[in-house]
Design a binder for this molecule. Structure first.
Ligand SMILES: Nc1ncnc2c1ncn2[C@@H]1O[C@H](COP(=O)(O)OP(=O)(O)OP(=O)(O)O)[C@@H](O)[C@H]1O
Ligand SMILES: O=c1ccn([C@@H]2O[C@H](COP(=O)(O)O)[C@@H](O)[C@H]2O)c(=O)[nH]1
Length: 240
């Protein structure tokens, strides 16, 4: 791809659920390898890339709470799931020769570095892909909020939400096949219309920091690079 990228530094929110492929649970290495190849393509364009990976393929805290268990413990389990996914994605990237650092919001020094804004900036400036693991490190949040938080901390010019669907619709397209897709929206419109593709806290944080959000399908090979040059199918959320 020869066109100049629109952004110098971006935050990719990678769906955890996508990593399980057709298995129904866990990590399909072929999917992780393919997503890593898409990230490598964007790195090759000279774009600095931070990644937040979800945990939906392994565990979500609400699963514990819905069965009468302690929500906080469930959320701890969910955050640990994101660490497993981060290590899997880092492994796939390293196989491609991409230098990658995993920074965890929950300290586990035997496994990966702990998150600090300074460490993240340093690795990004060195051209390393930084994978932010462990969400925000706090229960009652999601990895969408972690994505908005890390994007603000790293001075990312955009959040790319790579998810199961190819944009934001008038209603969840998985439940409402007749829902219509938006090309562009403002942060306020996403919140006012209650469009649940991303949680409210994440959209509000992105709005406060004037960070655009691009929602696209992580299943579409090469979509990440196409979006970097203003092509591809996606919904763009920005404040003007
Ligand atoms: N208005 C909407 N437009 C688009 N998708 C929507 C909308 N409302 C709900 N959704 C659903 O939101 C989902 C994305 O949510 P979510 O972030 O929880 O999943 P994910 O990207 O797979 O992340 P993870 O698995 O890491 O939790 C989409 O797959 C879609 O089904
Ligand atoms: O900051 C955070 C981020 C995540 N969690 C817990 O992890 C799971 C998995 O994250 P998803 O965003 O759903 O993929 C989430 O359901 C929470 O239980 C958290 O507590 N804090």
């Amino acid at each position: 791809m020869t066109a100049k990228p629109l952004f110098k530094r971006v935050l990719l929110k990678c769906s955890g659920e996508a990593l399980m492929g057709s298995q129904g649970f866990g990590i399909d290495v072929t999917v992780s390898d393919r997503i890593a190849a898409d990230i490598a393509e964007v790195r090759a364009m000279g774009v600095e890339v931070g990644v937040v990976v979800g945990g939906g393929n392994i565990f979500r805290g609400v699963a514990v709470a819905s069965k009468g268990g302690d929500r906080v413990t469930g959320d701890h389990m969910g955050m640990l799931a994101t660490v497993i996914n981060a290590l899997a994605l880092a492994t796939s990237l390293r196989k491609l020769g991409i230098t990658t650092e995993v920074l965890s919001a929950i300290s586990m020094p035997e496994i990966c570095q702990s998150f600090s804004q300074r460490a993240a900036q340093h690795h990004l400036e060195k051209g390393r892909v930084v994978i932010f693991a462990g969400g925000t490190g706090n229960p009652f949040f999601t990895t969408d909020s972690a994505a908005a938080l890390r994007a603000a901390e790293m001075g990312a010019e955009a959040i790319l939400k790579g998810t199961q669907v190819d944009g934001i619709y008038s209603a969840d397209p998985k439940l409402h096949p007749d829902a219509t897709r938006f090309d562009t929206l403002t942060h306020d419109e996403v919140l006012d219309k209650g469009l649940a593709v991303m949680d409210v806290a994440a959209v509000a944080l992105a709005r406060e920091n004037s960070i655009p959000i691009v929602v696209f399908s992580i299943h579409e090979k090469g979509a990440f690079a196409r979006i970097m040059v203003g092509e591809g199918r996606a919904t763009i959320v920005r404040d003007h």
